[in-house]
Design a protein around this ligand. Structure first.
Ligand SMILES: [Zn+2]
Ligand SMILES: [Zn+2]
Length: 1627
């Protein structure tokens, strides 16, 4: 039979990783599901991935075309090429980025019913790409990265490219919505999602997936697949991941699926059935301790609170395996069917067996859960079956029979899923069952029945016994699955089937009987009956007919009967799959293969022979396992955590989540030629190109400074300047300082850094200069270092938090970076430059402006934020959704509704459920008719000033922007001062205690005041701000302790958050309680009295506030009932460190702490230090929220300057963007659009009228903004010039102006002049032409007057200014001039009238009075062809000549000046070097850079951090909003007593890089030189230790910043003259 439609042969996915000679890396991916090929560029500096989706640039028709483009037709050499079959993950890890690819795959389940292939990764490879980012990395981090790359992946991970396989077959969900519990590369695949290519990285599962084909009786055969998915909720190895963890996941938890199907017959349908079971360790808190490598048995221990999380564990199972086919949400409707969960426990349960304790607890845990009454429709049954004891007592066969007896009822009750796959959707209409189809499936599935509930097997480790028992359980189901698919495995059915087929033709009598049977005719009834001579029985039923009709009959068989009546080949195929799977599970968990698995071969004939051998093997594996576990478990645990992206703050503390982008490439350019000694055709743009890494640029001789104007490829918030040091034989030619100015256009530049030092160092050193936006000079005058020049102050260390934080302006529209390099004073040579990179954060413009799918989503979220932020109001008083004050409303509200009128005393105590965090209403005496809704209102007003932050509360639903009237009236500063006075009275800040100072700061941050605003306010009433600085209010040793406490709390807080997020997978969202992580408020709270037994605070207001307005909980320490005010935040419990089961809850591993995060401690049970640490952490969180808020406001502001949008239009946005793109195509007519924002922008500020669209809207892609609105110039501007920097060097064919909806009238038709140029000098530009729009309009009357139809389908009204020849340029200048009044003939109007436009309303809508006319336009479109990136002229010759110029200089050497004595003071941050008399004049000093890191985590997570993961316009980390800058202050003390003070702003370089700083003058007669490290020293910490220590950070102040052995003084001398001595003392 011929197929009429021939399907195109599908290609396999191909991944090619190309490393070029320039060390640039490209990932070329052609998916099997797509025709085209994508090219992803790995930024060689930061590792961020770049993909814009532009055809011909990173999208190609074929892989060959893509490769050709990358290597420029093989003119650029590639250093290495890796061919792979799938991308598995990508991570930027500091100085490396790692790409994980699968180089070999095996199609282990090649053809799932309905299509889809499961591939197992047979061979994988980490491609390690070194980055040139000099951000400090510690050795500890590097070691961890190396270990990550050693993770054993091959053979243990699998994926499917086209179908969701994270759920039982067939999944209702698409590939894009996997069940997170089973996705192992969620973190590693994120970079691909972030660039909009989620499918280019597969969804990786851990475990086993393989299938076998088997024959049944007759012609019908089948396929069976065993798919085992390991849960990632409790990843890890045997001795570290057992029982439950804080995510309510159990160790070694696996979902197994046995999928049986009959291959497609004649294109009709595929019948299939699927059976699911679970295996895992016991879901209670327990562990085992391995004393040493040779100890025989591990010691088992169970936690004191062992059932914390058990309930959630079963709830998760119940949600997953509850039969949803009825369409009823099982979790809500208790009346619906029960979901049975049957636990088959195979542990030893005899006297004196160590496992007995676990069995007892297992039973008790079920009792406990029943007692909570929260199981809902989950029905749990426990079957204890001591596997080892039974085998020993009765032998293997009877053990299996016994198991079957136990499993029969539950297996039959739970059943399995059955259905058919149909190719064509039409067939589904006739289907009676529930239908499953989604975008990933061609046809659809019709389910006849769906499994309800699950059987769960466990032994101690869920390894060997579990594997065996689950095999025998699944075997019964397998035979049944086959029989339902009409694949009979009955041996006796062989006869039945063959005869029944025969009987259709020959009648009943011809049916043959099994051997030993006889058929006789009963003359009385006239029927046949049958005699079995084997058993001497008679029956009316034909033996071959009866057998297949009775379901599950094999459960009742003995082992021999089963063996005798079943085809063994398929059974052994299944056994083989279980053996393989068992080995995989064992290897993943213990590092060695499975033991005791010979029982799975019980149906094989030759079993006996191997049993002895197996015994020996078992012993060997046992020893191997122990050894492995003892040595490697903790490092394997770490590997897994990193692979999953867990505990990264611990393993890789300085790795940023979102790497910066380099925006000076690839399409950035120089706006002015960079001067050079040899004229260079490219004007210096090679300085921005990574491809010319080793460039040495020699500037003109004798220049006082060299100025560079860099135009960025995209607008961004600039964060760092990265310079590559490049010079000839002598390093003094490298510039000494640089000034940086930033702006959105060239006439709006603002100075951000002046005189940043550039030390002299080796060729090729990368120097990173951290940048902020412009800091208000007024701010500088009142706060920060500059405001207190007192030298003594250097001993001040703001370890708690930066009290004097200076806030630089944030602007995501920065486009031009101007750099001024100054030569060193002593150098007589011209300045040399190397590669220059500008790093920053850009907004996701393409998603906002052109992605019709993402854009409406983003806009909606923007609007939500906008409505709560009110950034345009500029009002301090506006309620701010990011400040936790508002969170309080939502979290308090939700919990208030559950608060209790009183506390029940005694008894089992907790009325707060420790498992769910729910308040157990059933125990309270709330009456049924009590309305919680009414209560809510009263309580929120009462708690208004509470300002609680709840870090773990679910993301806010639209917060009520509640503006306090009082705030609006009197301003924030006033409120702050009022609060200040209420605290300090007339003391002017003197006498405030630590807590009061912290409260003052909380108030300040809630009022949204910056440090500078605060200081101005305080100074205005004569208070010196330093007197209320908490950092200064406590002595140094307490400061150290307190800040380590707070640091520790921050890490614990993150562990809690991470676990909460993971624990929520697969469960319904639970609301948190009122008492949050900190329970800190700015106001003095008083005890609520009443039921509060603690009364840690005075209860002055007790009478005013009624009892039931507080929440009462039980203190975990003193077990007294405590009110909200007397309770410390939840974080306090984590810091108490008194839990008895530290070992079990993770100890130094920190894993389980978070399970206890719901415990409460009263204020009288925790120390002052803990309470203070909570304050510190809370203020740190508020600080960080303020930074996020500023960032988000700046991002909103940037978006508003490109397109104003209205919320009403969001629903149309997607359509509007699409039609905009169609319209543009019309206008372009085959050409490319060259001047679209964000790639193009205006060079100069464009004057704009107040009620106009923003100027950048002129360049925004069509379809954005209101269709009717347009840009207009202020009325008095009769001439406007737009200089547009194009997205790249282009051949421009013309310019089109899209006419505003108002249309043209007689008085506003401009004269248009156009110039083209490559640089900004006006004299260099080329005049292209002059057009009079009036002339054009006279022949196109439709451009006149307001737009009549606004059809989105046709091209909008526009005027094209076509050039006679295409012009190659980078900048297009367009000048529009309104004609002078009366300069034009009035003939035009007459002509126009003659054309007889019947729209008479035209004159009314648009007054012709020239006084009212203005320049306007809707869009400017520049069209033509963009050129390939590397069209810049060849400069290699010139560069060679520049290099040779430098080789001529004879080098002087630096020689060390010996020091008589050294003294370190002030935490080693100050170094005094005393010199010998008659030492040579000092030329400078060498500093070996510090080995420190800047940690990402500095405070506990806030609730908005949850939001951040979901959505944020700007992925900008705190570290970049507020960069840490170090200064070295040098004081030279002369014999004369004179002091010379110099200060150097230090760049960041790799640890231990030598930096040479020359003094401006030679320092003669120096007696002593004092070095003092200043700046943000407290922002740095030491590298994580290479050994896993208990404390992550030993000291709050990094010891790596110590100046000990870091500094050497030097002088210059001729190396030749110095000779031998010289080589000894060279520095
Ligand atoms: Zn109290
Ligand atoms: Zn207490």
């Amino acid at each position: 039979m011929f197929h009429t439609k021939s399907l195109p042969r599908s290609k396999d996915t191909s991944v090619v990783v190309v490393v070029l000679e320039t060390t640039e890396v490209y990932i070329v991916i052609g998916l099997s599901t797509r025709r085209d090929t994508q090219v992803i560029y790995v930024d060689p500096t930061t590792g961020s991935l770049r993909y814009v989706g532009k055809h011909g640039e990173d999208v190609f028709d074929s892989e060959a075309a893509a490769l050709n483009y990358i290597t420029d037709g093989s003119r650029i050499l590639s250093k290495s090429t890796t061919y792979a079959k799938a991308a598995l993950g990508y991570a930027v890890l500091g100085s490396y980025t790692m790409l994980l690819v699968a180089t070999q795959l095996s199609a282990t389940v090649p053809n799932l019913p309905g299509g889809g292939c499961i591939y197992t990764v047979a061979e994988s490879q980490w491609i390690k790409i070194p980055l040139q980012n000099p951000q400090a990395r510690g050795n500890g981090e590097l070691k961890n990265i190396r270990e990550l790359a050693d993770l054993d992946i091959d053979g243990k991970y699998y994926f499917c490219e086209t179908r969701d396989v994270t759920r039982p077959f067939p999944s209702r969900m698409t590939l894009r919505e996997p069940d997170e519990e089973f996705v192992w590369n969620g973190w590693l695949s994120k970079p691909f999602k972030d660039i909009g290519l989620p499918g280019h990285c597969v969804i990786l599962l851990q475990g086993f997936a393989e299938c076998r084909n088997f024959g049944g009786t007759g012609q019908q055969g089948g396929s069976v697949a065993l798919i085992a998915r390991r849960s990632r909720l409790h990843p890890g190895t045997r001795y570290l991941a057992r029982g439950l963890n804080a995510c309510s996941g159990t160790g070694n938890e696996v979902e197994c699926e046995q999928l049986v199907w009959a291959p497609l017959k004649g294109g009709q349908h595929i019948p299939f059935s699927s059976y699911i079971w679970r295996r895992g360790t016991i879901p209670i808190w327990w562990g085992a301790d391995l004393k040493n490598a040779v100890s025989v048995e591990a010691e088992i221990y169970v936690a004191d609170d062992p059932y914390n999380g058990s309930l959630q564990y079963y709830q998760r199972l119940s949600r997953r395996y509850g039969n949803k086919s009825s369409g009823v949400n099982a979790a809500r409707q208790k009346k619906s069917g029960m979901v049975p969960i049957v636990c088959v426990n195979l542990l030893r349960y005899g006297e004196g067996k160590t496992e007995t304790v676990l069995v007892d607890h297992f039973k008790e845990s079920l009792q406990y859960m029943k007692s909570t009454g929260k199981l809902g429709n989950t029905w749990i049954q426990l079957i204890n079956y001591d596997w080892h004891a039974t085998v020993k007592l009765k032998g293997q066969q009877q053990t299996v029979e016994g198991l079957w007896r136990h499993l029969k009822a539950p297996t039959m009750a739970i059943g399995f899923s059955e259905g058919n796959y149909y190719d064509a959707k039409q067939q589904l209409k006739e289907c009676k069952g529930s239908i499953i189809c989604n975008d990933d499936i061609n046809g659809g599935f019709c389910m006849e029945s769906i499994q309800n509930g699950v059987i769960r097997f466990n032994c101690a480790d869920s390894l060997d016994r579990t594997n065996a028992a689950s095999y025998f359980g699944a075997l019964q189901v397998f035979v049944e699955q086959c029989s339902r698919l009409s694949i009979s495995l009955d041996i006796d059915a062989m006869f039945g089937l063959s005869t029944s087929r025969y009987s259709e033709y020959n009648g009943q009598s011809a049916r043959s009987l099994p051997p030993g049977w006889e058929e006789r005719f009963d003359s009385v009834t006239g029927k046949s009956f049958y005699i079995d001579h084997n058993t001497r029985t008679t029956t009316w039923e034909h033996p071959c007919q009866e057998a297949p009709q009775k379901p599950w009959k094999r459960f009742d068989m003995t082992f021999d009967q089963f063996k005798g009546s079943t085809m063994l080949a398929p059974v052994n195929h299944l056994a083989e799959l279980f053996l393989l799977a068992g080995d995989i599970h064992a290897t993943l968990y213990t590092g060695s293969k499975a033991m005791h698995s010979e029982i799975l071969n019980i149906f094989k004939e030759e079993t006996g022979k191997f049993s002895k051998f197996s015994a020996v093997q078992n012993v060997r594996i046992t020893v191997q396992r122990r050894y492995h576990n003892f040595l490697n478990d903790s490092s394997r645990q770490k590997q897994l955590e990193m692979f999953l992206g867990l505990r990264l703050y611990k393993h890789l503390p300085s790795i940023p989540m979102f790497p910066l982008k380099v925006l000076s490439r690839p399409s950035g350019c120089m706006l002015k030629p960079v001067p050079s000694i040899i004229p260079m055709a490219d004007g210096g743009s090679s300085l921005l190109s990574f491809k010319k890494k080793d460039i040495i640029w020699v500037c003109q001789q004798g220049a006082d400074y060299v100025e560079l104007f860099i135009y960025l490829g995209e607008p961004c918030q600039v964060c760092q300047l990265l310079l590559t040091v490049s010079h000839g034989a002598e390093d003094s030619s490298f510039p000494e300082t640089v000034d940086v100015r930033l702006g959105s256009s060239i006439d709006a530049l603002k100075l951000v850094v002046e005189g940043a030092c550039i030390p002299q160092c080796l060729n090729g050193t990368n120097l990173l200069i951290p940048l902020t936006g412009r800091i208000d000079p007024e701010d500088l005058a009142v706060t920060g270092k500059s405001a207190r020049p007192d030298v003594q102050e250097s001993t001040y260390l703001p370890l708690l938090y930066d009290f004097e934080e200076l806030e630089g302006e944030l602007n995501f529209l920065n486009r031009v970076v101007a750099l001024s390099f100054h030569p060193s004073a002593t150098s007589r040579k011209p300045i040399t430059l190397g590669e220059i990179e500008v790093l920053g954060v850009s907004l996701p413009w393409s998603d906002i402006l052109t992605n019709s799918r993402r854009s409406p989503e983003l806009m909606e979220l923007l609007h939500k934020k906008l409505s709560s932020v009110h950034c345009d109001l500029g009002s301090k008083s506006s309620a701010n959704s990011f400040l936790p004050g508002n969170d309080a409303h939502s979290s308090v509200r939700s919990s208030c509704t559950k608060s209790l009128p009183s506390v029940q005393s005694g008894g089992s105590g907790n009325f707060v459920d420790f498992l769910t965090g729910d308040f157990d209403i059933s125990k309270s005496n709330i009456t049924d008719n009590m309305s919680f809704g009414n209560e809510e209102e009263e309580q929120t007003t009462f708690l208004d000033d509470g300002f609680d932050v709840n870090p773990f509360a679910p993301a806010l639903e639209v917060p009520v922007a509640k503006v306090n009237n009082q705030v609006e009236e009197s301003g924030c500063t006033h409120l702050y001062l009022k609060f200040f006075e209420s605290l300090s009275g007339n003391n002017k800040g003197k006498g405030l205690n630590f807590e009061q100072m912290m409260k003052l700061e909380i108030k300040r941050l809630h009022l949204d005041l910056s440090a500078a605003e605060r200081d101005r306010a305080l100074l205005s009433i004569g208070v010196i701000p330093a007197t209320v600085d908490p950092n200064r209010s406590i002595d140094y040793s307490y400061l150290l302790k307190l800040s380590s406490f707070a640091d520790n709390l921050a890490l614990l807080g993150h562990a809690v958050l991470e676990d909460r997020l993971n624990a929520s997978i697969g469960l319904e969202k639970v609301n948190d309680q009122t008492i949050d992580f900190w329970n800190v408020s700015e106001n003095d709270e008083s005890c609520y009295g009443g039921a509060c037994e603690v009364r840690a605070l005075s209860s002055l207001q007790a009478s005013a506030t009624s009892e039931n307005q507080s929440v009462f909980v039980e203190c975990s320490q003193c077990e007294r009932a405590v009110c909200k005010a007397c309770c410390a935040g939840k974080g306090a419990f984590l810091l108490l460190n008194t839990y008895r089961d530290l070992k079990l809850y993770g100890g130094s591993q920190g894993g389980g702490y978070s399970a206890l995060a719901d415990c409460f401690v009263c204020k009288s049970c925790c120390s002052e230090m803990i309470k203070h640490a909570l304050y510190v952490d809370y203020v740190r969180v508020l600080h960080s929220l303020r930074r996020k808020d500023r960032t988000e406001k700046a991002a909103l502001n940037a978006v508003n300057q490109v397109c104003r949008f209205e919320s009403s239009r969001i629903s149309d946005l997607s359509q509007s963007i699409q039609s905009g793109q169609r319209q543009l195509k019309h206008i372009l007519d085959g050409e490319e659009s060259l001047a679209e924002f964000p790639y193009a922008s205006f060079l100069h500020t464009v004057q704009t009228d107040d009620d106009s669209e923003p100027p950048l809207s002129l360049l925004a892609p069509l379809g954005n903004g209101d269709n009717k609105s347009y840009w207009k110039a202020p009325q008095d501007n009769t001439s406007m010039e737009f200089s547009i920097v194009l997205g790249g060097l282009s051949d421009v064919a013309g310019v089109a102006v899209i006419v505003s909806s108002c249309g043209y009238s007689t008085s506003d038709c401009p004269i248009v002049e156009i110039w083209a140029s490559n640089k900004i000098q006006r004299e260099d530009r080329t005049f292209i032409g002059k057009w009079d729009v009036q002339d054009i309009i006279s022949s196109s009357p439709q451009l006149f007057g307001p737009e009549k139809s606004s059809s989105l389908s046709e091209a909008p009204r526009h005027i094209k200014f076509q050039f006679s020849n295409p012009i190659r340029c980078r900048i297009i200048s367009i000048k529009m001039t309104l004609p002078l009044i009366g300069s034009r003939s009035t003939k035009f109007t007459e002509e126009f009238d003659l054309l007889s436009l019947d729209d008479s309303s035209f004159y009314e809508s648009k007054p012709t009075n020239p006084q009212n006319s203005f320049i306007h336009a809707k869009r400017i479109v520049v069209f033509g062809n963009s050129l390939r990136k590397d069209m810049s002229p060849d400069t290699s010759m010139g560069i060679m000549r520049m290099k040779s110029y430098l080789d001529r200089s004879p080098p002087l050497g630096r020689f060390r000046i010996p020091v008589e004595a050294e003294r370190l003071t002030d935490n080693d941050l100050v170094l005094e070097q005393y010199l010998l008399p008659n030492t040579p004049a000092i030329a400078g000093f060498r500093l070996d850079f510090f080995s420190v890191i800047r940690p990402c985590v500095t405070h506990s997570p806030s609730s908005s951090e949850l939001d951040m993961r979901e959505f944020s316009l700007a992925h900008m980390e705190d570290r970049f909003v507020n960069p840490a800058i170090l200064y070295m202050q040098v004081t030279v003390v002369k014999e004369s007593g004179k002091l010379v003070v110099e200060e150097y702003r230090l760049p960041e370089v790799k640890a231990n890089t030598p930096l040479y700083f020359d003094f401006p003058d030679l320092q003669q007669d120096a007696r002593c030189v004092i070095f003092r490290l200043l700046g943000d020293v407290t922002a740095f910490v030491d590298d994580i230790s290479e050994l896993d220590g208990l404390n992550l950070r030993n000291l709050p102040l990094a010891s790596g910043l110590s100046l000990s052995n870091k500094i050497k003084l030097y002088y210059y001398a001729d190396t030749y003259e110095m000779g031998k001595i010289g080589s000894l003392s060279a520095v």
